[in-house]
Ligand binder design. Structure first.
Ligand code: AP5
Ligand code: MG
Length: 221
């Protein structure tokens, strides 16, 4: 059976953190459009240069570019049973494109987990986030510290702070989320696919809540 789960929520709410957990639980790939853009920026290719011109300002990369990138990612063999989608869709146009794409693959969105937390928590989480250079593993200096400061526990690479986690860019990202992405709350509520998850608790408590939602919604979850 094909399974597609979307994680929706504001910047810093824990979409990436919880996607890793779900991907592990369900043995599905974790697809983060933000991570794919950052990998292209690191390579310095044309897509990376284009994406960087938007990401550095906290703006969304245009829909046509993002949709084409996701379509290409879906052709890879690890997507044969579905995927956990983190940060896609982010606009109603992306959600429409996703529906068409999944239809063509014989699947559909099974569940949208909408994670919430107040703005002050988002800002605190992003200000203290450290990301690994090699593979994007994520830590937090207070809430999920690495064993050795500045070094990734998993692959030993250097930890860095994302450019778009600067205070002024974060505020811009939150505004853009409210204006361009929050309409998806209604979009998926109308389709009876949305489940809200309180993201204010600890990482483990949020994972436990998500686990119980998966059990209810997915027959084999
Ligand atoms: P993207 O990389 O997707 O960024 P985002 O949506 O802004 O979300 P973040 O990755 O910042 O936060 P998160 O929710 O994943 O939180 P995390 O788990 O890391 O996108 C970046 C940019 O790329 C966009 O601005 C846009 O320009 C572009 N882009 C991407 N997708 C696009 C699309 N579809 N269309 C157009 N443009 C696109 O957690 C944050 C921190 O908090 C971590 O340190 C973590 O350890 C900690 N933490 C997590 N959960 C908890 C908890 N429960 N308690 C305490 N701490 C916690
Ligand atoms: Mg993320």
């Amino acid at each position: 059976m094909l399974t597609y789960i979307v994680l929706l929520g504001p910047p810093g709410v824990g979409k990436g953190t919880q996607s890793k957990f779900i991907a592990n639980e369900l043995n599905l790939p974790h697809i983060s459009t933000g991570d794919i853009f950052r990998a292209n920026i690191k390579q310095g290719n044309e897509l990376g240069k284009l994406a960087d011109s938007f990401i550095s300002k906290g703006q969304l990369v245009p829909d046509d570019v993002t949709i084409a990138m996701l379509r290409e990612r879906f052709t890879q063999p690890d997507c044969k049973n579905g995927a956990i989608l983190d940060g896609f869709p982010r606009t109603p146009a992306q959600a429409d494109a996703l529906e068409l794409l999944l239809n063509s693959l014989g699947g559909r969105v099974n569940l949208v987990l909408f994670i919430t937390a107040p703005a002050e928590s988002l800002i605190e989480r992003l200000a203290g986030r450290w990301t690994c250079r090699a593979q994007g593993h994520v830590f937090h200096e207070r809430f999920n510290p690495p064993k050795v400061k500045g070094i990734c526990d998993i692959d030993g690479s250097e930890l860095y702070q994302r450019d778009d986690d600067k205070a002024e860019t974060v505020l811009n990202r939150i505004e853009i989320y409210k204006n361009q992405t929050a309409p998806l709350i209604q979009y998926y509520t109308e389709r009876k696919l949305l489940t809200e998850v309180n993201g204010i608790e600890s990482i483990e408590a949020v994972s436990a809540e998500i686990k119980s939602v998966l059990k209810k919604v997915l027959p084999s979850g």
